[in-house]
Design a protein around this ligand. Structure first.
Ligand code: MIG
Length: 714
């Protein structure tokens, strides 16, 4: 064993001969200290046991189900396509192996390992966090710090800055699997515009492709694609097409033929390109572990960037496999044998399971191989890197193709390291109230693991959404960086206008609220990226006491806001835990009201036609007027809502929103300070943003007195 030491309270331990995943960007430095972790090497596995005291909380593990406090549940890191996120599931699309055990003292752990890890976080024995690593070659990072925030920040620093999308990616996006042709897409666009609902873009699901072939466009359904894309873009509307991991096996298909010629596909045990079955039927999987393949596949996005496309979503990159021919044939044979027989419960179930268990078998992942630095390595051994490296490949390609213009890029599968190349959506949730609640809780956990450009399918993917659920979900999602309403084929329409007039009016106002808040949301996003800080935090990261630990359906955004989504039907409001005195704000264009609330538990009304949140004392938030898209946001007049008892400060970040000039120091700040005087406020503004001309203030004090002020900025 070699031991490394990084400064800043971070120690790195190396076991065996790990594969370099690229998760950490900071150089590893040798530490002389001995690891105090209890690691037990057994067969081909490694078991770690961490004692938990009754008070310990466990945070992290990113895109997995469950609570913010991970204790009392089982989890697994093995990227998996599972479209039914029920309570008993242990694994989803991500493998995010960073967690913090926090009690008397707090400690962070990151297991840098590319395949399966299982966690029993005090499920079978509440006194232990037991971890089973499916291998003996890995790094473990141990991060000491004062508290979970501090530890998360240190972790964010060593894994490198998260991906930064263009500013337009912070707009509202409409999606559905099943917008089958140009006319469908145009209709969505027209209906949004005609009903004055802001719309930044429309995601294109696999309906746009020719026969589910990557980088193809259906001539039949999307003829004149380039003109179509550019026509919409003139009006500031972006189309965001999907790309799947599997490449259709078909003679004459350029991507397939190039892939074969260039030796870009994963191989089976006999050295032939591995064949799985996904959307287009038989496919080969690009070997994203190879740099040449990353560059090759990344360059193929050109087919679409040439049409004016600047955003993509990478799907099915766990990779999802519907079946492998051999196993389907076995199932069919078995079924044929049983034909005409009088089946009892066992034989009937076996017959049925033969088919229903065909997808994503462990066997499949064990039976195809990557080329890792010249070595043959099964997918099973590096499974969690597949979606990560596919997205890295897309990022490398798009960076070149778009000449250093920023692009929107999200992936379904991910592991830590990928956060530098793209964002993620949280996969195939359902139109369930419990999934709205789950969406709240996943946000801080994902942030801890480096994923900042994140959001769930608003309204829910599977199942049929109704107007109330969509409205409540929007009241959450307008605070998440990725705001996308998406649903599955076969489910009820889910656009804001698909329900009643009332639902449409409420949705419109809430989405407009999002656009009003973009200056703030973008600023918080960018500051979090640049300063290695969390954008979303659990209450317990900021406040002491049992309630702060237990209340998980309220989360903090930046240092200013607490959001309190409603995640039950028929509720007119909810109980809110206020860890300190805060200002309740109902934030809508015409009717913005506020009320100072004492600390403690209070029942707060929250109607369907509001956008509600709480502001912490001595803070402020900037906002602007709503617009139909980001391009048309008012850059000249800024509004500020402040809650001032003594003195409040805010530093508004902005940049051009499209280029990477911000990485070279080309960004703007507007520093605002409001100081309470006897019966007035002194306002100081230090501004480098050339577009801001006026700032209008609404300042509330602890007695609910309101003052309006106007300042012109030079
Ligand atoms: O097997 O492209 O998570 O967002 O709509 C389903 C169709 C494949 C899964 C994605 C979902 C997308 C769907 N895809």
């Amino acid at each position: 064993m070699e031991t490394y030491k990084m400064n800043n309270g971070i120690k790195v331990f190396k076991y065996g001969n790990p594969i370099e995943t690229g998760a950490v960007v900071k150089e590893k430095v040798i530490s002389e200290e001995k690891n105090d972790l209890d690691i037990n090497f057994q067969d081909k596995h490694s078991n770690i046991s961490i004692a938990l005291s009754p008070e310990d909380m466990v945070y992290g593990l990113g895109g997995n189900l469950g609570e913010i406090n991970k204790r009392g549940r089982l989890y697994e890191s093995y990227c998996t396509d599972d479209a039914c996120h029920t309570e008993d599931k242990t694994k989803l699309y991500s493998a995010h192996n960073f967690f913090i055990v926090s009690g008397e003292v707090s400690r962070g752990y990151f297991i840098d390992f590319p395949t399966r890890i299982k966690y029993d976080v005090g499920y079978h024995d509440k006194n232990y966090l037991n971890i089973k690593i499916y291998g003996q070659d890995f790094y473990i990072y141990i991060i000491e710090g004062d508290n979970p925030t501090n530890i998360s920040n240190k972790f964010l620093e060593i894994i490198g800055k998260p991906y930064v999308p263009p500013k337009w990616a912070f707009g509202y996006f409409q999606s559905r699997w099943g917008y089958k042709d140009k006319e469908d897409v145009k209709k969505v666009y027209d209906t949004f515009r005609n009903n004055d609902i802001p719309l930044e873009g429309i995601y294109l699901d696999l309906d746009y492709m020719d026969n589910f072939k990557d980088f193809s466009i259906s001539e039949e359904r999307f003829s004149g694609f380039k003109d179509f894309v550019n026509e919409l873009k003139e009006d500031g509307l972006y189309l965001v097409p999907i790309i799947d991991a599997g490449v259709k096996v078909e003679d004459g298909y350029d991507i397939y033929e190039e892939g074969i010629k260039g030796d870009h596909f994963c191989r089976d045990k006999d050295g032939k390109p591995y064949e799985g079955v996904v959307w287009p039927g038989k496919v080969h999987f690009p070997d994203f572990m190879k740099e040449e393949t990353q560059l090759w596949f990344g360059s193929k996005y050109k087919a679409l960037t040439d049409c004016g496309i600047e955003g993509f979503w990478n799907d099915m990159n766990e990779p999802a496999i519907f079946y492998q021919e051999k196993y389907l044939n076995q199932a069919i044979e078995y079924a044929n044998e049983k034909k005409g027989q009088n089946l009892n419960v066992y034989s009937y179930f076996e017959l049925k399971d033969n088919f229903s268990n065909l997808a994503n078998k462990d066997l499949y992942y064990q039976s195809f191989y990557h080329n890792v630095d010249g070595k043959k390595v099964s997918n099973d051994e590096v499974h969690n890197l597949y979606g990560y490296y596919m997205t890295k490949s897309a990022n490398l390609g798009l960076s070149k193709l778009l000449n250093d213009k920023r692009f929107l890029l999200i992936s379904r599968a991910s592991s830590i390291g990928m956060h530098r190349y793209g964002g993620i959506w949280t996969g195939d949730n359902s139109s369930w109230w419990s999934h709205l609640e789950q969406n709240i809780k996943m946000m801080p956990s994902l942030n801890m693991c480096g994923f900042f450009y994140i959001g769930g399918d608003t309204g829910g993917f599977g199942g049929h959404c109704n107007g109330e659920l969509l409205t409540r979900w929007l009241q959450l999602s307008v605070f998440t960086p990725l705001l996308r309403n998406h649903t599955a084929i076969g489910s009820a329409n889910q656009e804001p206008y698909a329900f009643t007039e009332e639902v449409m009016n409420n949705s419109r106002n809430i989405i407009k609220g999002r656009y009003m808040l973009i200056p703030y949301i973008y600023s918080e996003y960018m500051k979090a990226v640049n300063n290695h800080k969390l954008m979303f935090k659990p209450l317990s990261f900021e406040f002491k006491g049992d309630l702060a630990k237990e209340v998980e359906d309220q989360i903090l955004l930046g240092d200013q806001l607490m959001i309190i989504p409603i995640h039950h039907p028929n509720h007119k409001g909810r109980y809110v835990y206020l860890p300190e005195e805060m200002l309740e704000v109902s934030f809508l264009k015409e009717n913005m009201t506020s009320l100072v609330r004492e600390k403690g538990i209070q029942y707060v009304n929250y109607n369907l036609d509001e956008l509600k949140f709480f502001i912490r004392k001595d803070t402020m938030i900037p906002y602007t007027k709503p617009s139909k898209n980001v391009k048309e946001l008012d850059q000249n007049t800024l509004s500020v809502l402040a809650y001032v008892d003594k003195e409040a400060k805010y530093q508004l970040y902005d940049d051009d929103g499209v280029s990477y000039d911000f990485t070279k120091g080309k960004s703007f700040t507007t520093k605002i300070k409001i100081i309470k005087k006897a019966d007035d406020y002194e306002i100081q503004v230090d501004n480098t943003n050339p577009t801001i001309e006026n700032i209008s203030f609404k300042i509330v004090d602890s007695q609910n007195n309101i003052k309006y002020k106007e300042i012109s900025v030079d």
